[in-house]
Write a protein that binds this ligand. Structure first.
Ligand code: NDP
Length: 794
């Protein structure tokens, strides 16, 4: 091509990045790469290897160990051995290592970027300018958190050995999101990269070696899904942090249901990209490019559903098509391309199959006129219009460069369409009207909201999903809580006696027809008879019958959940208003303090004086949450761009709360009040052994202006009812202060709908001990953080 013809056509020439250093790195490690366990480079005990290919050429790059159970065991034991030394090093010592890692990554940033592009197929422009700088930023930011740990999180400690399983779409970035906070908080780590993309994780292990990180603090083992499963099942791992498909997320949740392993899951998405008619359409088009063609659309939060206001839909589609025609696809190491290769043939096939289904479903397909290179895993940018909202391509994550477009007429319709998916990872909103943007942002169910921007990430801001996009946050202070546990947790003890009493009570239940003076349920602000018509005797601690309550079933729970949904306006009440209602509740409880104390005395066969202490403590606890209602407020994160990132605390929605048996009034109050203080509505299952303390509250609730449906109370068998709540798709969060078996059932059932749960595995806190009931811990469990990125300043 002559210079003159280039001037004529304005064609870009190739701008190749050198791969010399990366190839030398690979050559020096031939024939097989090793894995990093206990600070040593070791061959796999399995003696097996997997091949890592370059997606742009399909040529082999390297042989990587395929680890087995024995390798996983070695890595976990090394991490376990290293734990106490790493903890003892303290925050400052750990900060120095994290800082050293960040510096070292920056020094080798080009090698990381090139190796990542070779292995993954993503444009080097992205790895060089986005992935690797963000990786370094993550380690710097978390060096800071290590330093501040004792000041900012004094009540917490490390979890222990953490197993981390990451996907192939952002190999190094996901590694940093996982390793940096874990190390900062004093945990040691076993990390497994995805089978397709292990190379940069092994280069990272060399960095750990270079900075002299103590042996065993970071262990990198490579392998496939079976290796990951070995990690999930390893008894010495205290927490699993996973990013990947919702399907595997569910498998992990089921596999850990009967263990006390903590898990955080960052799963798939089908994120809406909402364009209103007043948006700046040229900016929108560039936004679309970043939303769905960044990283070939293999992004969990890709803006893959374009929702556009009908009046401008055709105009916008035309602009997008014209921009698509100009996108350049090709070798990842060409600095002039927009789109690289799909990671592997199996992913390419998935994309092709889903696109074919879209065509069969009747959606209109558009692809640019140019051809993709034929020697690698390439797929052209694709736009579907005329897509039905319920169609497969509008609902399933395609994880490729495929945009599906739908139109809406009104903002309400936009919100409805945006939320019409099982996911809730991210959304972007495009409008020049800030009032409209900030009106819509709280209504879309997603963990991250970008206003007039998209795919913005930073270490200071939490990232994570609602609904089937998983739970837990990565980044910022909200991400740190995933890697710590409350120090006092170790004091929680199983309370056998209460359980025996519960069993005795249920053994005495009978099928008497309901009688009027017996406590009914409390649903939607009204007392309701049990659907099954069954009552249950309530016994005191000596086994004497002191009353009867209804025995709830599936239908009762369904009614209560419906009532709780109908009361969802409670979330929009101002925090001040919610506080007023709570103070009033405390006042009315105080007015009937003697009566409640007597009831506790008769249920627990204890002195009225002791019972009065429980009533007093309950009143004080209501005051505490009334105080917090307008003080547990949101933050603005200091992300390094021209924007503010609002970390808004939102209620989960409808919560199931299975209350403790012990301290029947105080336990109920301590569990239910923080949830409603934050704007949730609740279906509560009270103490099974002393439920009358909760049923006696009906009149107090009625006289305290607690709107009907905000607190619903169903009595009955806690383990059975909690399972019903866990299975219910319209219950957004579930707390279970109950038996170990009940907790396991909840965890297992919630794996299906990815409900956020908080269970105690039968270990009870002392509800009178303020350290066991730290309000902020409860409030955090009652909320989820939505990070809203708003352009701001110059
Ligand atoms: P997976 O969820 O299978 O893989 C993610 C990670 O989990 C990998 O390290 C994988 O290992 C590992 N893994 C697989 N099975 C198990 C298991 N049973 N127990 C423990 N770990 C396991 O994602 P895929 O790579 O198969 O991609 C499939 C789809 O998942 C994509 O099309 C996309 O829709 C979605 N996805 C979502 C991502 C996100 O960021 N949310 C990222 C990647 C994929 P290995 O790779 O070695 O098999």
């Amino acid at each position: 091509m002559s210079v003159a013809s280039i001037f004529e056509t304005m064609e870009y020439g190739p701008a190749p990045e050198s791969k010399e250093m990366a190839e030398k790195w690979l050559k020096d490690r031939k024939p097989n790469l090793k894995q990093f366990i206990n600070g040593k480079w070791v061959a796999p005990k399995s003696k097996k290897y997997m091949v890592s290919n370059n997606p742009c050429s399909q040529k082999k790059l390297a042989s990587v160990p395929l680890s087995n159970k024995a390798d996983v065991n070695d890595a976990v034991n090394a991490a376990d051995k290293a734990l106490s030394g790493w903890v003892k090093l303290g925050g400052h010592g750990r900060a120095r290592y994290l800082y050293a890692i960040a510096r070292q990554i920056q020094k080798h940033s080009r090698l990381f970027a090139v190796l990542e592009s070779l292995d993954n197929g993503k444009p080097v422009r992205e790895t060089r300018d986005i992935d690797i700088p963000l990786v370094a930023r993550h380690f710097y930011h978390h060096a800071g958190w290590a330093q501040l740990q004792s000041e900012k999180l004094p009540e917490y400690k490390e979890i222990g050995v953490v197993g981390q399983i990451i996907p192939w779409n952002f190999p190094m970035l996901m590694l940093s999101w996982k390793i940096a906070p874990a190390l900062a908080m004093g945990n040691t780590v076993v990390l497994k990269p995805a089978e397709f993309t292990s190379l940069t994780a092994l280069l990272f292990a060399e960095i750990c070696e270079q900075v002299g990180l103590p042996d065993g603090v970071v262990n990198i083992i490579t392998g496939d899904g079976a290796t990951g499963a070995e990690m999930v099942n390893h008894p010495k791992i205290g927490k699993i942090a996973f990013t990947g498909s919702t399907e595997v997320g569910k498998i992990i949740r089921r596999a850990t249901a009967d263990t006390e392993k903590k898990i955080s899951l960052e799963l798939g998405g089908k994120s809406p990209f909402v364009v209103f008619e007043d948006a700046d359409l040229d900016s929108v088009v560039e936004g679309v490019v970043d939303a769905i063609w960044f990283n070939q659309g293999q992004v969990c939060c890709a803006g893959s559903r374009l929702l556009v206001q009908e009046s401008i839909a055709e105009k916008l589609y035309k602009k997008i098509r014209s921009r698509m025609e100009k996108l350049r696809i090709g070798n990842a190491l060409d600095k002039g391309i927009d789109i690289g290769a799909i990671v592997a043939p199996v992913q390419l096939k998935t994309i092709e199959d889903l696109v074919q289904k879209g065509v069969e479903e009747g959606a209109e397909l558009w692809q640019p006129s140019w051809e993709c290179p034929s020697d690698g895993c390439f797929y052209p940018p694709t736009l579907f219009t005329n897509v039905a909202p319920a169609s497969l391509i509008a609902q399933e994550e395609i994880f490729g460069p495929v945009l599906v477009a739908m139109s809406f007429r009104t903002p309400e319709e936009a919100v409805m369409l945006a939320n019409n998916t099982r996911y809730g990872l991210a959304a972007s909103i495009w409008t020049e009207n800030i009032n409209l943007a900030l009106d819509i942002a709280p209504k879309i169910k997603a963990g991250t909201m970008w206003i007039n921007c998209t795919n913005m990430f930073d270490a200071a801001s939490g990232f994570g999903g609602y609904r089937e996009s998983g739970f837990g946050r990565e980044g910022g202070i909200e991400g740190l809580y995933e890697y710590v546990k409350l120090k006092v947790e170790e004091e929680f003890k199983p309370e056998q006696k209460q359980k025996e009493v519960a069993e005795k009570a249920s053994a005495q239940k009978n099928g008497l027809p309901t009688i009027d003076k017996t406590a009914k349920f409390y649903v939607g602000g009204k007392q309701q008879r049990p659907d099954g018509g069954y009552m249950q005797n309530v016994l005191d601690t000596k086994g004497n019958v002191i009353g009867q309550v209804g025995e709830g079933n599936r239908k009762d729970i369904r009614n209560a959940v419906e009532a709780a949904h109908a009361a969802s306006k409670w979330a929009n009440a101002t925090a001040h208003n919610r506080a007023q209602v709570l103070y009033y509740l405390a006042e009315n409880l105080e007015a009937r303090a003697d009566e409640f104390a007597e009831r506790i005395s008769s249920a627990l066969n204890q002195s009225t004086r002791k019972s009065m202490q429980e009533v007093e403590a309950s009143i004080e606890r209501i005051f505490i949450y009334a105080a917090f209602a307008d003080k547990y407020d949101s933050h603005v994160h200091a992300t390094p761009y021209r924007n503010v990132t609002l970390a808004m605390k939102e209620p989960l929605g409808v919560m199931g709360i299975v209350c403790p048996n012990e301290a029947p009034l105080l336990g109920f109050i301590s569990a239910v009040i923080p949830a409603i203080a934050m704007g949730n509505t609740v279906v509560a299952i009270p103490s099974e052994t002393a439920p009358l303390l909760a049923t006696d509250l009906y009149q107090v609730l009625e006289t305290s202006d607690v709107p009907g449906g905000v607190i619903n109370i169903i009595t009955g068998n806690k383990d059975e009812l909690s399972k019903v709540l866990a299975n219910h798709d319209d219950v957004d969060g579930l707390w279970n202060f109950g038996s170990k078996e009940g907790s396991t059932k909840v965890q297992f059932a919630a794996a299906e709908n990815m409900k956020r749960t908080w269970v105690n595995f039968g270990r009870n806190r002392d509800w009178f001990n303020p350290k066991h009931v730290t309000p902020e811990y409860f409030l955090r469990q009652a909320t989820q953080i939505k990070n809203i990125w708003v352009p701001y300043g110059e």
